[in-house]
Ligand binder design. Structure first.
Ligand code: 8YV
Length: 324
């Protein structure tokens, strides 16, 4: 059968599809497809592998009910209208688990880089500004024994907590919709209210799903409750923070620094003031971007599609209830 992929994918995925007797059309141009183009392409195919931000909204799902399988090449699914998928009984696959380590590494990298102003200081060298040494110049802050607050303690947050506890003996607090008692035991983590998380974290790292409840939750009011010495990290979704409020919180020294792998909006403009701030480090949404992880994500996505085309249940469906 015929699969459409919105991006070129690692060869391991192409091999799995070929071995299963399917053919793949990859959209290899480096531009986003308009929705009309995506729908037209899907009409010629039996399955869709969607990588990147294409909106699979109600209109798209209604137009593409013929697809035997849809999978994302991501764990996040905020670009899909899941209520409409439920209504139409369309299973949607994703790639959970395998990207937790790489994404937690990115959060750890940003935390450490912000704490030592690493990106900014590296830029001063390229600008010819190494300058004269002063004992009080370019000082960072240390992480040892500090408190890591996790907003949304799932697989990625747990990986980050392990790394921070092992590297810096950090204490772990977290806030979730529901308590995660297994993780509390494993990490000696303490459940706190959202306000307590803001007030007590030295490093606050966001790992929740983007939803109506979490959209814009890190706003002026939230930043004003954080410690002036704290670092805000977001590797989840940019829409969870209000970027103007974040800029003001940094300028007014409500918080000490920020590390972002996701921005609001994406991509970030090159003249964004955040890119000039010493205590800010920004990456272009590369959280899961390692060879190993992208291969592992591709294997799950390919298996999701192959199962769907075989009339089987996908192992990693976001909405397995539609199979009942
Ligand atoms: C993807 C991600 O690289 O899995 C996710 O939710 O954010 C990343 O792994 C990104 O969504 C592009 O597809």
């Amino acid at each position: 059968m015929k699969i459409f992929s919105t991006r070129a994918i690692p060869s391991i995925g192409l091999k799995l599809f070929a071995d299963a007797g399917h053919t793949v059309t990859q959209h290899t141009e480096r531009r986003e497809l308009a929705q009309s183009e995506l729908i037209a392409a899907c009409r010629e195919h039996d399955a869709l592998l969607s990588a990147g931000p294409n909106k699979l909204d109600a209109f798209f799902l209604q137009q593409c009910r013929h697809l035997k399988a849809i999978t994302l090449l991501s764990v996040g699914y905020d670009n899909v209208d899941m209520a409409e998928a439920a209504k139409l009984k369309m299973p949607i696959g994703n790639t959970p688990g395998v990207l937790s380590g790489a994404t937690a590494d990115t959060a750890f990298l940003l935390m450490l880089a912000v704490s030592r102003k690493a990106f900014y200081l590296s830029n001063t060298i390229s600008k010819g500004d190494w300058g004269f040494y002063g004992p009080m110049d370019n000082l960072g802050i240390e992480l040892n024994g500090k408190t890591l607050g996790i907003f949304g303690l799932g697989r990625i947050g747990i990986e980050l907590a392990h790394k921070c506890a092992a590297a810096y003996h950090m204490k772990i607090i977290y806030h979730n919709r529901n308590r995660n008692e297994a993780a509390e035991k494993e990490l000696l983590a303490k459940y706190v209210s959202f306000d307590e998380l803001l007030q007590q974290s030295d490093v606050l790292s966001a790992h929740a799903n983007l939803s109506p409840e979490t959209n814009g939750i890190f706003n002026k009011e939230a930043f004003s409750k954080m410690k002036p010495s704290s670092i805000f990290i977001n590797t989840a979704r940019g829409a969870m923070h209000n970027e103007q409020h974040l800029i003001e919180a940094l300028q007014q020294k409500n918080i000490w620094g920020a590390g972002l792998d996701v921005t609001n909006p994406e991509p970030m403009e090159k003249d964004n003031i955040l890119l000039t701030m010493p205590n800010v480090c920004v990456l272009p949404h590369v959280g899961s971007g390692t060879v190993e992880t992208r291969d592992a994500m591709t294997i799950i996505a390919a298996k999701n599609i192959i199962a769907g085309l075989d009339g089987q249940q996908m192992e990693h469906a976001i909405n397995p209830e539609v199979y009942q």
